[in-house]
Design a binder for this molecule. Sequence first.
Ligand code: SF4
Ligand code: SF4
Length: 122
Amino acid sequence: MVKSIGRKVRASWLHGWGKVRRICLAALRPGLIQTSKARRRGECSRCGACCRLTYQCPALYYLPDGMAACRYHQLRPINCRVFPIDERDLADRDMVMPERPCGFRFEDVPAASRSASRAAGS
Ligand code: SF4
Ligand code: SF4
């Protein structure tokens, strides 16, 4: 019981910090976001797990086919737009929905490509 509460508190703290981190990186490190995007593969499968970090976002709803959707998609905040920045975001998201992976994954890219995308984004 105590362990379970401890896990929930820890997850909540991690997910809250993850949001702050995404906002700060998007605002202060655009080059890092670009570098990270260059490593990102796949596409959003609309599972909705990233909309349930810390709490279930009130803008989240599910279509009859089970796909997640956002009531304010065009106006969604920056921390939603950049998700997932890297493996750390995926690890947070996996705590919410371990049985189904995110549609995105990250691969390493050659150093030359990293430098090019950093130069383009910063
Ligand atoms: S967790 Fe990944 S696949 Fe699921 S809604 Fe978020 S970005 Fe899309
Ligand atoms: S604002 Fe939209 S994209 Fe962002 S967490 Fe809420 S439902 Fe998800």
